[in-house]
Design a protein around this ligand. Sequence first.
Ligand code: 5GP
Length: 194
Amino acid sequence: MSLPPGISEVLFSEAQLQRRVAELAAAISADYAGLTPLLVGVLRGVVPFMADLLRRLTVPAMVDFMAISSYRAGSPGGQVRLLKDLEISVEGRHVLFVEDMVDTGLSLHYLLRLLRERRPASLYVCTLFDKPRLRLVNLPLRYVGFQLPDRYVVGYGLDFRQRYRNLPYVGVLSADLLLADGPPLPSAAQGGPP
Ligand code: 5GP
């Protein structure tokens, strides 16, 4: 397979991703039998994973999205700002927080605290990718698709400067592109298309 410029290797093929998403959906469907969970995602990286996961659930499910402006660890204060809130109330609902990637865990930590204050009946996390070596806060992750080493990956929703989100697989960004272009902008804090 020929890779697009900037991608040095494929880490997870489309088939591998789909197989793992099906396994996660089966586990979630079993755990939530008899319930109607509310799946909550953070725009925009989670969109392909959320869509594939939703379609494979065998329990009825609701879905809603938030948007945040997050600052990576080391940047001013590590703040997280809410740009778009949920439209469905979480109070009394079984909430499953769906993430594409948990890295330092700082944005997730902030969002879980926010949701907990709204008194859901339960609150668990499902992430497709986990980089445990970079974690700065302790977070309970109930469902994890894949653990990743500290490498910058793109595709299947994950971007580098808003590009590569549409790749059906997950690939490693070539080091020369990362170095030449400087570090990626904080998620959701980027400007519009170039
Ligand atoms: P944190 O857990 O550090 O608060 O934030 C995780 C966010 O960092 C992810 O949602 C994603 O936007 C970004 N991120 C971390 N590692 C990667 C990576 O390897 N590739 C891409 N595209 N984004 C990443």
